[in-house]
Design a protein around this ligand. Sequence first.
Ligand code: CO8
Length: 259
Amino acid sequence: MAYETIAVRVEADQVGVITLDRPKQLNALNDLLMNELGAALKAWDADEKIGCMIITGSEKAFAAGADIGAMAKYSFADAYKGDYITRNWETIRAIRKPVIAAVSGFALGGGCELAMMCDFIIAADNARFGQPEIKLGVIPGAGGTQRLPRAVGKSKAMDMALTGRMIDAAEAERIGLVSRVVAYGQLMDEALGAALGIAGLSRIAVMAAKESVNRAFEGTLSDGLMFERRLFHALFATHDQKEGMDAFVNKRPAHFTHQ
Ligand code: CO8
């Protein structure tokens, strides 16, 4: 399928890579881009061959936010009735295979929120994260006031949401917003290495792990622990569990068939 605002490619037959591609607007996110992003992710989620996905941008910008030019003219009535801007963002939440954000340059506003919707973030050393919406007279609208405090705690999240200041990659790693920081030149190698590693594992176990970790953010601890236990027990019904444990016991590599 041909896209206008993203470029897609498959690496090693197993990893889908999406590059946000609105360079003149620093990859500002508009309805078309979010629709295309959702369509590409959904297609790979349903593709047996794909085990993991990566979303990345350019060296200068992962995404500098929602498209301010497109938003500027909305009235409350337009935005509320049409559920504008936010309506097509939820697709990403429904993706069941892992999605890694490989972030270089600016990840601001909706760009920071998009990165946080991914399962984890690998950042280049030039990455900058921020929720500058407050400077535009609005607040984050795609999870920034919810996912950011869960990721980094109240004080840092309040600091970022109330001042709009950007943090650099080192601070983002220190506070737990990103999982790894590498030199810009290593960014895609690092993300692809992680993605290929994940794609080589049992897909069922990987999806169960993602689903269970996400539960930690959406319910109480006791609900989450019960959910995790049920999934853990259920995995003993898979062939991949037999294969993985037999391979360990017999000191041989495991060959997962995702059954
Ligand atoms: N929207 C539209 N265009 C943008 C955006 C944006 N968010 N960011 C940058 N651009 C455009 C600029 O207008 C400029 O275009 P032109 O060349 O035609 O003038 C081009 O990209 C390059 O930008 P700059 O010249 O400003 O580049 P600098 O290197 O000087 O600065 C910055 C880079 C610091 C990133 C600066 O562009 C900036 O501050 N951008 C805006 C950042 C921002 O405020 N982001 C938050 C937007 S609001 C938001 O995301 C709300 C999310 C709500 C939820 C979304 C719904 C789910």
